[in-house]
Design a binder for this molecule. Structure first.
Ligand SMILES: Nc1ncnc2c1ncn2[C@@H]1O[C@H](COP(=O)(O)OP(=O)(O)OP(=O)(O)O)[C@@H](O)[C@H]1O
Ligand SMILES: [Mg+2]
Length: 374
């Protein structure tokens, strides 16, 4: 079931006092969750992710705009008729009920013609439990489960009604690193197996990139960019998106374009065709540095970390906005570091320019100024 948001705005009124103004949690938001896909909704705290899910499931009504499931306009449909399963940010299991009773709960509340027989309810609950692999825990109470198991019960409870759409609001936030990884792979598997159209909220970009078919990046209630994870990573529309995606993060340099050449601290580093003279932010992905003794980007070496196949070079450059420049290079490369310096040339496809004022992307055509290392 495809989900379509068309020009959705959600305002929350202020609380009377003058200094508390209304909040526009979501601004003119339009995007699609294509049928059968898993879309990651991504952005910093307070950017409107939970509000967006609440609007889709019907717990909130938009101030403006329409929501469609396939061709059906569901904007005025009450939540219980939308066929949405939701795992809330602070998912709460009923503590006095067993795991099985927790999963059965949404089915027991079905009314009228939707009502199921005891056997049908049990079969459905067992199927959901099997899907998330908690069949062995059905008689336990939530407090007798680990965080990860509780999380899976919450997912089973959302799946048991066979929803048309599944909404997951930071479903992994309470788990430790290992379990997070494991559970996110499970969610991905369950989604592929059931084919349920799924919107998955997280503020962890790595998590979103790793399991999503597509990602939607939001900031202050506004959609910044939408697309396949790799495509958004390789082609960010602005500095915010470039900085938001990637570990280690993109290296941002205070730079200048003069006569179609990019300069870091007066040093020419890359030819950038069709860019007019101006100060810019230059973002370089960690994998965009090629070590070589004639490279134009000369850094002070701090340390080298071996990551197995790759090595991480931690160094300093006066124009870099962070304390350190982080370069990830293949360990087959010779790293020459005479007198504590390392030199790099830049891979043009890993360099992005942004306006100093509006921070929007400035496209350029490139060729290397000093060609070394290749
Ligand atoms: N019921 C409400 N009344 C007033 N303001 C609200 C309400 N719900 C959310 N907001 C505001 O709307 C904005 C978006 O909130 P939302 O919960 O959607 O953010 P979020 O992206 O889910 O953040 P987080 O990552 O912290 O969960 C915030 O500024 C929040 O304070
Ligand atoms: Mg939230």
């Amino acid at each position: 079931m495809e989900v379509k948001l068309k020009n959705i705005t959600k305002r929350f009124p202020g609380r009377g006092r003058k200094e508390e103004r209304e909040t526009v949690a979501v601004k003119d938001l339009s995007f699609d969750v294509p049928d059968g896909t898993l879309v990651g909704l991504l952005g910093p705290s307070g950017c409107g992710k939970t509000t967006t899910l609440n609007l889709i499931c019907g717990l909130e009504n938009p101030t403006d705009g329409r929501i469609f499931f396939g061709e059906e306009d569901v904007t005025d449909l009450p939540p219980e008729l939308r066929g949405v399963g939701m795992v809330f940010q602070n998912y709460a299991l009923y503590p006095h009920l067993t795991v099985l009773q927790n999963i059965l709960f949404p089915l027991e509340n079905l009314k009228g013609k939707n009502r199921l027989s005891k056997k049908e309810m049990n079969d459905r609950a067992m199927e959901a439990a099997r899907l998330v692999q908690i069949e062995g825990l059905l008689e336990r109470k939530p407090k007798e489960l680990s965080g990860g198991q509780q999380q899976r019960v919450a997912i089973a409870r959302a799946l048991v009604k066979m929803p048309r759409v599944l909404l997951l609001d930071e479903p992994l936030s309470n788990l430790d690193a290992r379990l997070r990884l494991q559970t996110r792979e499970e969610i991905c598997k369950i989604q592929k197996k059931t084919g349920i159209t799924t919107l998955f909220v997280t503020h962890d970009q790595e998590e979103a990139m790793s399991i999503s078919d597509r990602i939607v990046v939001m900031r202050d209630g506004v959609l910044m960019q939408e697309g396949k994870p790799q495509q958004v990573y390789d082609d960010p529309v602005n500095l915010f998106v470039a900085k938001f995606l990637g570990t280690p993060p993109i290296n941002v340099f205070e730079a200048e374009v003069k006569d179609e050449v990019l300069y870091f601290s007066e040093q020419p580093v890359l030819e950038v065709k069709n860019v007019k003279d101006q100060p810019v932010w230059a973002g370089v992905r960690p994998e965009g540095f090629v070590p070589g003794k004639d490279g134009p980007v000369i850094c002070e070496l701090d340390r080298v970390e071996v990551l197995g196949r790759d090595i991480s070079v931690v160094c300093r450059h006066a124009a870099c906005q962070a304390e350190n420049v982080r370069a990830i290079i293949n360990s087959e490369h010779e790293l020459e570091s005479g007198l504590g310096k390392v030199s790099f040339s830049l891979k043009p496809e890993k360099v992005f320019l942004f306006g100093r004022g509006d921070e929007e992307r400035i496209p350029f055509g490139a060729s290397c100024v000093s060609d070394s290392g290749n």
